[in-house]
Design a protein around this ligand. Structure first.
Ligand SMILES: NC(=O)c1ccc[n+]([C@@H]2O[C@H](COP(=O)([O-])OP(=O)(O)OC[C@H]3O[C@@H](n4cnc5c(N)ncnc54)[C@H](O)[C@@H]3O)[C@@H](O)[C@H]2O)c1
Length: 322
């Protein structure tokens, strides 16, 4: 049986990953802040199947003690302050959580000789660029606090392989969506919640920005692929990997599809001109590196993924705000 440590396990993506780790037979330890209502582990029905360590990633002593007290086979680091707006309003807390929190964990992994470490960066770490699609060899040019925090964590994590031999792989995944995302400032959960509550979704742009969307099951599979590539002397150590849906979609296309499959008859309302300030206008990633090294491919197309996501929120009215 493998032992896995997962940070931020009550979050959207990590709670799906926790469930998948349990399904493959791992013993799972989750390092998280104090639980909130609507926590991911509870939504996934696995709260009692994982060992929960209540700790702040910035607490070097607690994090170090957790990692060294267990012989983890793999560490997945997803815990972070993940929202762009709060990062803009309060950059220091975001830097503390996302950058200090990452080096704190990496130091613990170095000390404990963890054989595989996967650190969540983001496609946002690249910052805005006219070169599309984004590839891993592009320079990171963050232009906002959230982007900078992910870019800083990303390069620090990658340095631990050449400097200390810690086998770290970094994930630069696109916008992940699916059931269980309680961050209702994000486009897809907010749109679905509005439609299910009988409101017209209000969008801060004119619908023209293009994004890359990755269904959460495909993101989990990509995490496993990076883990495989990184561990046991694999070629993924010290490398960053994109993963996305292989095709960009405009915000208007996504909203139109959700509105259509919801059968609500409500039309989205576009409030902005172009792209909201501080957000990247067009972004999609090239996943060739991960695909060629591991065979990973996304299996769920946008329409199918949106139908599944809508059904999930329909079946979990307690998660919706308001
Ligand atoms: N959701 C996406 O579209 C997306 C895309 C690319 C990358 N990512 C990255 O993937 C990871 C997971 O994203 P998500 O959308 O599931 O985020 P989320 O906000 O749902 O979950 C983050 C979790 O981290 C925990 N956390 C925050 N501060 C902490 C601290 N100081 N100590 C311990 N835990 C702390 C939170 O309690 C939360 O449960 C993040 O690192 C994010 O940057 C997400």
């Amino acid at each position: 049986m493998k032992r896995a440590l997962l940070t931020g396990g009550n979050g959207f993506v990590a709670s799906h990953l926790a469930r998948a780790l349990l399904e493959r037979g791992d013993a799972v330890t989750v390092l998280e802040l104090a639980p909130r209502p609507r926590s991911g582990l509870t939504l996934q029905g696995i709260r009692d199947e994982v060992e929960l360590v209540e700790a702040d990633l910035r607490d070097a002593e607690r994090v170090g003690a957790t990692v060294t007290a267990n012989e983890f086979d793999v560490v997945f680091h997803l815990g972070a302050q993940t929202l762009v707006g709060p990062a803009m309003a309060d950059p220091i807390t975001t830097f503390e959580t996302n950058v200090r929190g990452t080096w704190t964990l990496l130091e613990a992994c170095r000390e404990a000789d963890v054989p595989a470490v996967v650190v969540a960066s983001s496609d946002k770490a690249y910052g805005p660029s006219d070169r599309l699609p984004y590839r891993e060899d592009m320079q990171l040019r963050p232009a906002s606090p959230y982007e900078a925090s992910k870019a800083a964590a990303d390069v620090i994590a990658l340095s631990y392989f050449p400097a200390y031999g810690v086998p770290v792989g970094v994930t630069r995944f696109a916008n992940i969506y699916g059931g269980g995302d309680a961050n209702f400032s994000r486009l897809i959960p907010e749109t679905i919640a509005a439609l299910l509550d009988g409101r017209r979704p209000q969008i801060r742009s004119d619908g023209s920005p293009e994004r890359d969307f990755l269904y959460v099951d495909d993101a989990v599979a990509a995490y496993f692929a990076v883990e495989q590539a990184v561990g046991a002397g694999g070629p993924g150590a010290g490398e960053a990997f994109n993963a996305g849906g292989e095709q960009p979609h405009s915000v208007a296309e996504v909203l139109g599809t959700i509105a259509e499959v919801s059968g609500s008859g409500l039309e989205p309302e576009y409030l902005g001109i172009g792209n909201p300030a501080g957000e990247i206008d067009r972004q999609y990633v090239d996943s060739t590196k991960l695909r060629e090294l591991t065979g990973w491919v996304p299996a769920v197309g946008l329409r199918d993924g949106l139908i599944r996501t809508l059904e999930w929120y329909r079946g979990h009215p307690q998660l919706r705000p308001g």
